[in-house]
Write a protein that binds this ligand. Structure first.
Ligand SMILES: [Zn+2]
Ligand SMILES: [Zn+2]
Length: 453
């Protein structure tokens, strides 16, 4: 029986640069290696200097940047480390990571962040060449004590929980999970209790959301349909700021279904760049989606065009339409913020947020602004006066509510539970509200935890 140690090198009691080091028999495996969405430069990386040697593998749960964004940086310095992920995740990482290099390149110029880009396009190409797209149980290297397998986690295309076996100790890392069905993704596939999990590492994103279980996907869809219809019927445009991976593909198909069934008017629907690129991968791997879902062909959704051109923005708002555009939190200088900069000057439109908004983001500030307030939508741009009143938020979260997470813990019934990927209040709520029979841990970055069998 081997001694197993867990160390958060990022994303312990926070939603940050998620990366967890598992050590057994002098072998190291990293679960995820993400970039902190709110930090900049090398500050955004996990604390990779805590690694004493090259991990034999990094196993990536899914292609959101807070889980995979630092993999090229890691693998540039650790040339023997291999990357494992499901096939769709490798394909989506390819798009997301190259996009990150370009975004970092722009920020290097606009904000003078010297260390950007943290890695290059050729570092990303190296990762993709060295990545195994796997589905079933696999060994890591020939002399590794670890065996691993992926289990669909219901969050976004390709997302998986990871079952990692060391001699005498089985670890289940949830990754980001959703237990219930979304429009395209089926809910998490429960693992068999006979897997006998010793340690469960579980996300806690919604540990502070009280009303979580009361909001259903169908209920939110109905409310969304009513509010969208009101805007379109008065000749307005609805802007839906959305994450490129997951939200965009789900929402486009929700909107298409509502149009087909006559719940909302059949106006043109638009989708922005990176969301379209990821959509193509949803199309290629549609057998990973709910068997009863309908993935509409991408050509049904119009391109937005160059939103940095004032003429294009002006034309977009001439006739009723629905625009799904990145970024979801409306970071400055992205398609959603550029379109919003024009749209907020009029009363008849609507901006509907559909995911989590960090209080420091432009999206959060716009949602809570009063009419008449002024705010800039571009870095170093002129402030715009807000006339638009109809700014709302809908809960289409791809994360399980906290009550579901508690049920999942009891289903798996491990000896140890490690709460990660949540604000301090969220991980604390989770630890307080789960059964006392588990040994519970809230890790802080860099502090190793010995996991007893
Ligand atoms: Zn995620
Ligand atoms: Zn995440």
């Amino acid at each position: 029986m081997s001694k197993v140690t867990f160390t958060a090198i990022g994303g312990g009691a926070e939603i940050g640069a998620n990366s967890y080091l598992i050590t057994a028999e002098d072998h190291d495996v990293l679960l995820d290696c993400g970039i902190h969405p709110k930090k900049e430069g090398v500050e955004a990386l996990p604390q990779l200097d805590l690694l004493k040697r090259s991990p034999e593998a990094v196993i990536v749960s899914h292609a959101h940047i807070d889980h995979c964004g630092a993999v090229p940086y890691l693998m540039r310095d650790h040339r023997t480390t291999e990357c494992y992920a499901t096939q769709p995740t490798v394909r989506i990482m390819d798009r997301m990571l190259h996009n990150s290099v370009s975004v970092m390149g722009t920020l290097a110029v606009e904000r003078g962040i010297r260390e950007y880009p943290l890695y290059s396009h050729s570092d990303v190409e190296y990762v993709i060449r060295r990545s195994y797209g796997l589905a079933l149980e696999f060994a890591l290297t020939w002399d590794s004590p670890f065996r691993a397998s992926f289990h669909p986690s219901g969050h976004v295309l390709g997302s998986a929980s990871v079952l990692l076996r060391a001699p005498g100790h089985t670890i289940f890392y949830s990754g980001d999970v959703c237990l219930t069905h979304q429009e395209l993704m089926a809910g998490l596939r429960l693992i068999d209790p006979s897997e006998d999990v010793t340690t469960l590492i579980i996300e806690s994103t919604r540990g502070t959301h009280e009303e979580g279980h009361a909001i259903t996907f169908e209920g939110e869809t109905e409310r969304f349909a009513q509010e969208v219809s009101k805007v379109l019927e008065q000749g307005g445009v609805v802007l839906v700021p959305s994450f490129a991976l997951g939200r965009t593909q789900e929402l486009l198909n929700v909107i298409a279904r509502l149009q087909e069934s006559g719940y909302i008017p059949s106006v043109p629907v638009y989708a922005s760049g990176l969301g379209r690129a990821v959509y193509e991968i949803y199309d290629k791997y549609s057998d990973y989606l709910r068997p009863d879902s309908t993935l509409r062909p991408l050509f049904e959704f119009n391109r937005i065009g160059d939103v940095w051109d004032p003429e294009v923005r002006h034309d977009l708002l001439k006739k009723p339409g629905v625009i799904v555009a990145t970024s979801g939190m409306m970071v400055e200088n992205t398609p959603s913020s550029m379109i919003a900069s024009e749209l907020v000057k009029y009363k008849k439109h609507g901006i509907f947020f559909v995911g989590y908004l960090d209080p420091d983001t432009l999206g959060y500030k716009l949602l809570h602004a009063k009419t008449g307030d002024q705010m800039p939508f571009e870095l170093n741009g002129h402030p715009v006066t807000i006339k638009l009143e109809n700014r709302q938020s809908f809960n289409f979260s791809a994360h399980a509510p906290r009550e579901d997470l508690c049920k999942l813990i009891d289903h798996i019934a491990p000896k140890n539970v490690v709460f990660v990927h949540g604000d301090p209040e969220a991980t604390a709520w989770m630890a307080e509200n789960t059964n006392a029979r588990y040994r519970k841990f809230i890790p802080s970055t860099g502090d190793p935890i010995d996991l007893e069998p």
